[in-house]
Design a protein. Sequence first.
Length: 105
Amino acid sequence: MDGEVQKRLISRNRPAEQILTCAPMPVIEILSPEDRISRHNERLSDYRSRGIRNIWVIDPARRVALDCSMATWLPVDELHIEAIPIVLPLADMWKELGNESINVG
């Protein structure tokens, strides 16, 4: 793993920062039933302007994940960080949730 990647991973052994000085590699937003797309678009744009390259939104009620790294909302089957070998397939998570009612928030 190169030094830049290591620098951007946040260790639990490091003291917590009140304000992050280095953009995290991924950001994952979980939608709640009362969330509005317009509010998220503003937040996602802010993440992109801060240099965050992997931005995902998960809608547990609809069982869908969206890649919002660019200015669009693209459905994806897995969350993948290209700089390091981290892949999170979502099929297993959706299967585990089954037909359960989702209560977010």
